[in-house]
Design a protein. Sequence first.
Length: 143
Amino acid sequence: MAAASLRHGMKPMGAKRGWRFWAGWGLSGLMILFMLFDSIGKLALERHVIEATMQVGYPLHAIRPLGAIALACTVLYAIPRTSILGAILLTAYLGGAVASKMRIDDPLFSSVLFGVYFGVLVWGGLYFRDEQLRAMIPVRRKL
């Protein structure tokens, strides 16, 4: 059991958790809360969400499926064993948001790149909380 836990980037019960772990879950938690808020708003067809989504160019009948996709990606991201798959899928979802905003010629830094900023938070949170990801993509001090 302990070997399997270490393979999935989890520490055995009782192991000391460092600042990276907590910083990672802090960033990830913010992303999870935002995406839950967004996906539940789409599933509930909340008025403001309908207006914003239709302004980007999506028809009413596409809003609930987008909410379901966002919710599924977020749940996968929140579960440690499937978090990398969730991050990949969230990156794709956010990339679609960037493309949609670019298509309607929204302002670059305040609107179009919003999905990129959130993608950085998704991967930053995961990078801090997952030892295997840090080992696979090390940050080097010297070139």
